[in-house]
Ligand binder design. Structure first.
Ligand code: NAP
Length: 306
C-alpha cells in the first residue's frame, strides 16, 4: 500500500514515494510518449500523487506529455501535487556563446514559471524548486521573486534542489515563506547529505528531503561513480543477503535503507516500467532494522564504524 504524509508546513498530503518525470517523454517519439503516459497512469493508479518535473526534462516535453494526461482526465488535477523546477540554463540558449549556467535572476525565473505553467496547461504550481544553486544568486532578489509568484497565485509553495545547508540558511533567512523541500541526490554511492549536515538541517528546519536517483550505485552507476569493482561486489553481496532476509529485490532494500532515516526521506521513482513503479511500494512495508542499515553502510564504506 502507498503511504502518505503531511508535507508540512504546507497543507499538502504527499505519497511517500514521488514519481519522477525526467524520462517520461523518452526521445519524444510517438512510441516513447505512449510509454510515458502508461507510466504516469501506472503511478497514479498505484497511489503516487506527487509528480516531479523540471523545465529542462525532455526540453519541456515531459511537461507537455503530462499536460496531455491532465487533458484526458481533468479530474486528476486537484488530486495531484505537481512540482517543477527551473534555474538551469542550457548552452547557447540566448546566444551562440552562452555556456550552460544557473540563473536565479527575477526576470529569468518569472519567465520560467510562466513557461512551466503553459506547458503543463495549469494555473498554479503546487511547488516550485530552484534546480541547482546559482553561485551568483542574490537572496533578496529570489525572496522578491518568490513573493511575486505567491501573490500572483502561480506558485503555492517553494523549495530548493541540490542546495548545501549554508545556501538553504542564507535563502531561508530572507524569505517570507518556509522552504518546504530540498531535493538532493541520495543513494548508496552518494551519502554526502548524511555527512554534510543536509539531513540534519532538514530535521531542524522541518524541510522534507527528497532523494533523486535513489537507486544510483545499485541498478546503474551513480553520477561521478568512484566505486571500485571490489566495492561493488561487497555492496552487491550485502544487498543480496538482505534481499533474501526481507523477501524482496536488492533495489527494494536500498529504498528501505533511505526510508529508515529519521529525516523522512522521500525517494523519487523514475522508472518508466509499470511493474517497477508498482513494486517500489514494497519497500514501504519492509521493517528494516538498525543493524542492517549499518551493515549496508559498512559494506559501502569497506570498513566498520569507528
Ligand atoms: N534535482 C535534480 O537535480 C535531479 C537530478 C536527476 C533526477 N531527478 C529526479 O529524480 C527522478 C529519478 O531519477 P532517475 O530517473 O535517474 O532514477 P531512477 O528511478 O533510479 O531510474 C533511472 C533508470 O534506472 C532504471 N531503473 C529504475 N528502477 C530499476 C530497477 N528496479 N531495475 C533496473 N533498472 C531500473 C530505469 O529504467 P526503466 O525506465 O527502463 O525502468 C531508469 O532508466 C527523475 O525522474 C527526476 O524527477 C532530479
Amino acid at each position: 500500500m502507498m503511504k502518505t504524509f503531511n508535507l508540512l508546513p504546507s497543507e499538502l498530503t504527499s505519497s511517500r514515494l514521488i514519481y519522477g518525470c525526467m524520462r517520461i517523454a523518452g526521445n519524444n517519439s510517438i512510441e516513447d510518449r505512449k510509454k510515458g503516459k502508461i507510466a504516469i497512469r501506472a503511478a497514479i493508479d498505484s497511489g503516487y500523487n506527487h509528480f516531479d518535473h523540471a523545465d529542462i526534462y525532455g526540453n519541456g516535453q515531459s511537461e507537455t506529455l503530462f499536460a496531455e494526461v491532465l487533458k484526458e482526465s481533468p479530474e486528476l488535477r486537484d488530486k495531484l501535487i505537481i512540482t517543477s523546477k527551473a534555474g538551469i540554463r542550457p548552452t547557447n540558449d540566448d546566444n551562440p556563446y552562452a555556456p550552460k549556467r544557473y540563473d536565479f535572476s527575477e526576470g529569468y525565473l518569472l519567465n520560467s514559471v510562466d513557461g512551466i505553467l503553459s506547458r503543463l496547461n495549469i494555473d498554479t504550481l503546487d511547488m516550485f524548486l530552484l534546480h541547482r544553486p546559482d553561485y551568483l544568486f542574490n537572496p533578496h532578489e529570489v525572496a522578491e521573486t518568490f513573493a511575486l509568484l505567491k501573490a500572483s497565485g502561480k506558485v503555492k509553495h517553494f523549495g530548493v534542489s541540490n542546495f548545501k545547508p549554508s545556501q538553504v540558511s542564507l535563502l531561508q533567512s530572507v524569505l517570507s515563506m518556509p522552504l518546504v523541500v530540498n531535493q538532493v541526490e541520495i543513494n548508496i554511492h552518494n551519502i554526502d547529505t548524511l555527512l554534510d549536515g543536509t539531513l540534519d538541517q532538514c530535521q531542524e528546519f522541518g524541510i522534507t528531503p527528497i532523494a533523486w536517483c535513489p537507486l544510483g550505485g545499485v541498478v546503474y552507476s551513480a553520477w561521478g561513480n568512484t566505486f571500485s569493482a571490489n566495492d561493488e561486489q561487497r555492496i552487491e553481496a550485502e544487498l543480496a543477503q538482505q534481499a533474501q532476509k526481507y523477501h524482496c529485490a536488492p533495489w527494494q532494500v536500498i529504498l528501505a535503507w533511505l526510508l529508515k532515516h529519521p529525516a523522512n526521506i522521500c525517494p523519487i521513482i523514475g522508472s518508466t516500467t509499470p511493474e517497477r513503479i508498482i513494486d517500489a511500494k514494497k519497500a514501504l512495508a519492509i521493517n528494516y532494522s538498525r543493524e542492517d542499515w549499518y551493515r549496508l553502510l559498512e559494506a559501502r564504506n569497506g570498513y566498520a564504524q569507528p
